[in-house]
Design a protein around this ligand. Structure first.
Ligand code: SF4
Ligand code: SF4
Ligand code: FES
Length: 281
């Protein structure tokens, strides 16, 4: 039990393991801290790049990213101060400034827009967007199952970790530099011409809809069309003997979305067979 410590979270003394982050303990204690680049799923390490999860720590000059900051004995953490709140809102406003308006985004129900909505952020009147500066990334529908709309990308790197570290396919990397930074497939190939095996992990990871299932989109593949499902069913993939657990969403008697569930054999992951089954009539 030596790795157990006590610290203060929003005025309450809590016990935690030294291996845990502030974000993880806060979640366990019922506090929702916004997050974008951090995925609360098995196999994903925190990257700490988006700064959506900032919290205040007593005695420290700067705010801390709660998803990458481990807890230590005696820490006094405040998640709901004006300073932390302002900082998080600023992050969301700057990202929203670089997005197309919510109604034009690939998924207006994405984690990004739902968090923005909870903070009252709808866009920005004061920051120039990448579109004002003439920056625009090509739309790519070369993959049979996935639409790529990097105009909605916030360069959070989640898809890179999904492909490289979780599925170990290593198709996606970050290309370009600075504000032009964007995920690319192999040597910036169209997704459908790359070595992508269409496992769908990057789609599950993306918090904005920049990578999205075509089955849920309208004919232009630019915008989510199916927003409500007739039913959502927990199931087990039937294609081989591994026993990967899935959650399937059904609309008009067709499976339109399959997500991996956290089963012992697959820990949320899926393979190519499921995605291809979805696009096979
Ligand atoms: S679908 Fe799978 S293999 Fe293809 S880019 Fe995404 S994570 Fe990598
Ligand atoms: S495509 Fe999605 S997951 Fe990948 S960096 Fe952009 S926003 Fe993040
Ligand atoms: S969610 Fe913590 S830095 Fe992105």
């Amino acid at each position: 039990m030596t790795d157990q410590i006590k610290f203060t979270l929003d005025g309450k003394t809590v016990t935690a393991s030294k291996d845990e982050t502030i974000w993880e303990v806060a979640k366990r204690e019922g506090t929702r801290i916004p997050h974008l680049c951090h995925l609360d799923k098995p196999g994903y390490r925190s990257d700490g790049n988006c700064r959506a999860c900032m919290v205040e720590i007593e005695g420290e000059r700067v705010l801390a990213a709660s998803c990458v900051r481990n807890v230590t004995e005696g820490l006094v953490v405040k998640t709901e101060t004006d300073r932390a709140d302002k900082s998080r809102k600023m992050v969301f406003e700057m990202l929203a400034a670089d997005m197309r308006p919510r109604e034009e985004s690939p998924d207006d129900q994405s984690d990004f827009w739902l968090w923005s909505e909870s903070m009252g952020i709808t866009g920005s009147d004061r920051f120039e967007s990448k579109f004002d500066a003439g920056q625009h990334v090509e739309f790519d529908i070369s993959n049979p199952a996935i639409a790529v709309n990097m105009d909605a990308c916030i360069a959070c790197n989640a898809c890179v970790r999904a492909c490289r570290e979780v599925q170990v396919n290593d198709v996606i990397g970050m290309g370009e530099r600075g504000s032009h930074s964007v995920p690319v497939f192999d040597l910036a190939d169209p997704m459908g011409n790359s070595t992508c095996v269409t496992c769908g992990e990057c789609v599950q990871a993306c918090p904005t809809g920049a990578l999205y299932e075509k089955t849920l989109m309208d004919d232009s593949n630019k915008k989510r069309e199916i927003k409500e499902f007739d039913k959502v069913v927990d199931s087990v993939c039937p294609f081989c003997g591994v026993g990967c657990q899935t959650t399937m969403a059904v609309k008009d008697n067709k499976i339109v979305q399959v997500d991996g569930r956290n089963g012992p054999a697959n820990e949320n992951r899926l393979c190519v067979k499921v995605a291809l089954a979805m696009i096979t009539p």
